[in-house]
Ligand binder design. Structure first.
Ligand SMILES: [Zn+2]
Length: 134
């Protein structure tokens, strides 16, 4: 039933295939190791702040692609910062965090600036969390 000669031929004929398979295994193993021993902070991807959930990815140790989501329905939060630059003093402005899916309900607000300002505050908070994990 079992022909050693044929088996040898099979291996010889498929050498490239085995080399490729071995290479793929090494790459997969390396990825698993990198994943298991990744820095602690990389495990954090979300934060509850200002009444909404913030999510992001890590790139070169910094949070990127920061987005806000509704705590109740999970929809993306809209930034209403048309009043951000109003007010008599510098701290008078306000950015509202609104969920369209929840009847345009205000989920939270941040005093003192516009969308960019809010993202700056959130980024700062994320970096504080990161540094606490070290
Ligand atoms: Zn919602």
């Amino acid at each position: 039933m079992y022909d050693i000669g044929k088996l040898k031929l099979f291996f010889l004929e498929n050498q490239i295939l085995f080399v490729v398979l071995a290479f793929m295994l090494v790459v997969i193993f390396a990825y698993i190791l990198l994943y298991l021993f990744r820095p602690k902070y990389k495990k954090i991807h979300s934060l509850n702040l200002y009444g909404v959930v913030w999510e992001w990815s890590w790139f070169e140790g910094k949070p990127v692609g920061i987005e806000a989501y509704c705590e109740d329905c999970g929809s993306k939060i809209l930034f209403d910062d048309q009043y951000a630059n109003m007010g008599s003093d510098l701290n008078g402005g306000m950015t509202f965090l609104v969920c369209k899916n929840c009847n345009n309900q205000e989920k939270g607000h941040v005093k003192g600036g516009d969308r960019k300002y809010v993202l700056k505050l959130v980024t700062r908070q994320i970096m504080i969390m990161k540094n606490e994990l070290k």
